[in-house]
Design a protein around this ligand. Structure first.
Ligand code: COI
Length: 350
């Protein structure tokens, strides 16, 4: 049975917290109260959707997403501030990225205003799930997919834009720095493929590589480019940076690397701190020769990399206090959580 609409809370005050052990919050699915759903037929535009109780979605077994992988997702966070406000971090950037991904995967998409409005509605409709200040964030997961049945020929008749939310803590448990495997066989993304967009098809194909690396004791995998196998690209779900002297480098976006929102912020912040920031091809030997390396992402925020292992050779890096990663982490989280004034205009109060 289709879920029915329910009234939307209009204020974030006088709320109670959900029954969650906030201290133990990890990065896993937690069922919250409400979600947003909008649908759109082929040839039409997305209209305003509605908030409904969180429930399973009903779609045809022949849906485009289930049979042909026509789907995208986004990830962004809402934080509760110490003075009782609720703020989002750069939701417009996710809305824009969703649009470019939808173009690539032949789907209609919500306007940025509709996208941001949906996000705000989901936060307000799940306000008791926003962790207390300092205990994590409410992670918003917008998904856009072909929900209509398609067997052989286009067009896909129906599309679905849904947003749900889960309270989350840290994504990587290794606060003392990640131990990465640089993967020298499996590849994540190919030139003119979908590596540069947040297609759902980018993730599962490399789970096998992640699972194998985790069995070997690594925290995550760093992938190399598919064409030459010589240049670093990104982790399973995070962008990567290296620091050498006063220069910060990150792999240039060539279509195979996701244009991370946190990546964009870090480029700006590192440059504010006086570093020369280069977006360039980063050969693996150059990367291994860095003083400090770290990764960035909505889930990962800014996480230090303590070591990388490439072809069985392990290299360690500067890590912990006094690193650029720790300064970037603190600066970013202070802005995201409203602990300092946001001079960048990155936060949006709900
Ligand atoms: C995010 O950082 O939002 C991601 O999409 C990564 C995901 C694996 C949690």
């Amino acid at each position: 049975m289709a879920p029915s609409a329910q009234p939307l809370p209009t204020s974030v005050s006088d709320e109670k917290y959900a029954n969650v052990k906030w201290e133990e919050l990890g990065f896993g699915f937690v069922r919250t109260d409400n979600m947003y759903v909008a649908k759109c037929n082929y040839g039409e535009s997305f209209q305003e959707g509605k908030i409904v109780p969180f429930a399973d979605l009903q779609i045809s077994p022949c849906a485009a997403v289930l049979n042909y992988g026509q789907g995208l997702y986004e990830g962004l966070k809402a934080y509760r501030t110490e003075d009782g406000r609720v703020i989002l971090f750069r939701p417009d950037q996710n809305g824009l990225r969703l649009q470019s991904g939808a173009d690539r995967l032949c789907m209609p998409y919500p306007s940025v205003d509709q996208f941001v409005s949906a996000i705000k509605q989901v936060v307000l409709a799940n306000k008791k799930w926003i962790p207390p200040p300092g205990k994590g964030a409410l992670y918003l997961r917008p998904i856009l997919f072909g929900s209509g049945p398609i067997l052989g020929s286009l067009p896909v008749p129906e599309f679905n834009f849904t947003v749900f939310a889960c309270p989350v803590g840290r994504y990587h448990k290794d606060n003392s720095g990640l131990n990465l495997k640089i993967e020298d066989k499996a590849r994540r993304a190919f030139s003119s493929g979908t590596g540069g967009v947040k297609s759902i098809t980018n993730y599962c194909p490399v789970w096998i590589t992640m699972i194998e690396a985790k069995k070997q004791g690594f925290s995550d995998v760093l992938f190399l480019d598919a064409e030459t196998g010589k240049n670093v690209e990104e982790l399973f779900a995070a962008n990567v940076f290296m620091v050498k002297g006063n220069v910060v480098s990150t792999p240039v976006l060539t279509g195979t690397i996701l244009a991370g929102v946190t990546r964009k912020c870090v480029i700006e912040l590192a440059s504010d701190f006086g570093y020369k920031v280069e977006e360039r091809v980063v050969p693996v030997e150059d990367f291994i020769d860095a003083e400090e390396v770290f990764c960035t992402g909505t889930a990962a925020i800014v996480t230090s990399i303590a070591s990388v292992t490439y072809k069985d050779k392990k290299t360690g890096f500067k890590n912990g206090e006094g690193t650029l990663a720790s300064k970037l982490f603190e600066t970013l989280v202070n802005i995201q959580t409203g602990r300092v004034e946001d001079k960048k205009g990155w936060t949006v109060e709900i």
